[in-house]
Ligand binder design. Sequence first.
Ligand code: SF4
Ligand code: MG
Length: 321
Amino acid sequence: KNVILEVNNLTKHFPVGKGRNKQTVKAVDGVSFKLYEGETLGLVGESGCGKSTLGRAIIRLHEPTSGEVIFRGENVLAKSRKEMRKLREDMQFIFQDPYSSLNPRMNIYNILSEPLVAHGYFKRGEELKKNVLDLMEKCGLPPYYCYRYPHQFSGGQRQRIGIARSLALNPSFIICDEPVSALDVSIQSQILNLMMDLQEEQKISYIFISHDLSVVKHISDRVGVMYLGSIVELADKEQIFNNPQHPYTMSLMAAIPKPDPNEKMEMEMIKGEIPSNVNLPSGCKFHPRCPFAKDICKEKDPEAREIAPDHFVKCHFAGEF
Ligand code: SF4
Ligand code: MG
């Protein structure tokens, strides 16, 4: 397995408040993982756990506070603006709401040709047109749509446009932030299947961010579970869903209603408030909600340990439950 992306101890801290009330939000708090070529790594967690911030920090839409991002052997955080622009051809982003990122005054043809022209791949002309229409076809958009504007499309079609745009420069890596969360369930699976087909065809690696366990289960090869800015468990999808080893993951899986397998598995709130990531709990950040917490958990933040090949758990008692 080839590693395409390596994230080491990445943090993103935001200052909040002023003067004496000044505090730090640790949105991403020391995250490390590897992404393999052609795989989908799902990142799942409750809202506010830092998964979107992590996604943005990796491609520097939010500048990380510290840590390391290595993409295809290149040190991403050391790149100049100009080098970053070149690198972003290969690292793309798909947003939850493509509408807000599609220029309402541009038709689909112009939206899709823009990156190709701006990055110098084509000048206006037949070759460009062929490329744009191919892109549309690949994403299930008929060619006669090309002179329509974003507001003339449904949510699912707009996400197809968002996907087509992210594919224009032939990337090998795409971060997808809740790409189907705004869509009806029936449309969701069409879009997920499209993304999986494109991945297969073009050998793309995805990081797929979602709060929806059923969506993550559908699309992921491996899953990382996030809690208050940290990945607390990372393993193959089967392990996460059938053999969870971190108490937080166990509680998420236990909250899934069993009887109807087609039922949407929304993240359910487990016992207790989510502590704010301004005043993070001491030691293991999950200890105030953890039924297995012992004294050491309040004092010492556990390291992520590999308890089986490629199964990482950030808990003092991992493997002992
Ligand atoms: Fe629970 Fe302690 Fe493990 Fe944290 S380290 S998850 S508090 S048992
Ligand atoms: Mg989010």
